[in-house]
Design a protein around this ligand. Sequence first.
Ligand SMILES: O=C(O)c1cc2cc(O)c(O)cc2[nH]1
Length: 513
Amino acid sequence: QFPRQCATVEALRSGMCCPDYFPVFGPGTDRCGVSTGRGRCVQVTVDLRPHGPQYMHDGRDDREQWPIRFFNQTCQCNGNFSGYNCGSCRPGWTGPTCSQQINIVRRNLLDLSAEERRRFVNALQQAKVTIHPDIVIATRRREEIFGPDGNTPQFENISIYNYFVWSHYYSVRKTFLGTGQQSFGGIDFSHEGPAFVTWHRYHLLQLERDMQNMLQDPSFGLPYWNFATGQNTCDICTDDLMGARSNFDVSLISQNSIFSQWRVICENIEDYETLGTICNSTEGGPIRRNPAGNVARPMVQRLPEPEDVAQCLEVGVFDTPPFYSNSTDSFRNTVEGYSDPSGKYDPAVRSLHNLAHLFLNGTGGQTHLSPNDPIFVLLHTFTDAVFDEWLRRYSADISTYPLENAPIGHNRQYNMVPFWPPVTNNEMFVTAPENLGYSYEVEWPARALRVTEMITIAIVTALVLVAIIFAAAACIVRVKKNKDDLHQPLLTDQYQHYSDDYDGIPAPSQSVV
Ligand SMILES: O=C(O)c1cc2cc(O)c(O)cc2[nH]1
């Protein structure tokens, strides 16, 4: 959420979060790397266009007009420089002056060699236990951020992976309306709206970049899980990957997997909602996962089909009013999984991304907890791959991404909550290989034919066949006729007339023989 340097009473009081890149002559002398032309400290831009009607408690939530409840000045970086102090590079660029282009390849997890699988699992484990070098999280709402004594900012260190989990929780948490009052749940800054795809794209980019820095490997790329297999088993739930099922408890992970030892954060949802507290970095119980095990909901006991992805990619309009989870003929609502794969909204349907979450049936199926299960990363890289393919096919047509009246947090120019420095949905609506420095190694399934297309093809084929049969029949008749003609006795009227015509002399009684 915020750089450690900004989690101070002074920074919060001033509203300025412009850390030094290199404090040459002491603190505050090189804000945003200004001395080397990397960037400068500027006013934060927030888009004030109205949000949709789903949220009606304006003024009550720290996430409104993100991030100005906390800070109103930030670094603005020049060229390819980026980051909270302009000390890093924009996605797709690397090197000391950020002038070297890179392309990271995101591959199918099942295509990784045994050694690559081992390295990926180890990298996740390292991220789970390594304190984030730059970022701290707020553990209280803004009105309580200075602590009980008014002088102790309520921020905590958190590990790289748990920060990934926490960011998702913070974006979906309910609005606290006061002690004794029900928190308001009709708010979600990362789901059920057009920002679903842009928010999760940035979320993954941030984890990938943090892991690249941790591993000191700028080429590290997150793999993906192709969940659209139509199977009712989890093919990546093996001990060399995301962990097999425990033999002792169907909803736990096998002890042969390191993930059986992971402990989740943000599980005390009732406390947060009734006390108005915020999830912190404290870990609790184990990851729960019981793929295909939800007997009460047979519809979520299977995974999406390859054909579902193919159909979803045929929905050419990015989003449709009301830009919410009941939008129909919307690519976003289809890939998110509230519409059927052809784009038709149906409240009973769960498809694609949502179906994959619900299939996991446990930690990965609950929005406030889901990233605690590392399958979340792989499920979302695949969802992002589908989004990127859509952007490629439709030339990143942003015309139906609403500038206003989308659910709060989802307007095109809104800053995504809770990322820092501020980044808008708009900035993620670009093809990844050309603009963000990564690409997917993936083959998309061909779309099966629709019934109307099948009928058209059948009719055309039948007509062509009938035409061929007629032509053949006509041919046969003609050939037969010619043959018959050849076998006619030579003395016929016809012959005689012909011969008469040939001479040009009428000879009605003449005989040729
Ligand atoms: O019920 C759904 O459709 C559903 C569950 C779930 C969990 C999750 O973490 C998501 O990100 C989305 C989601 N949808």
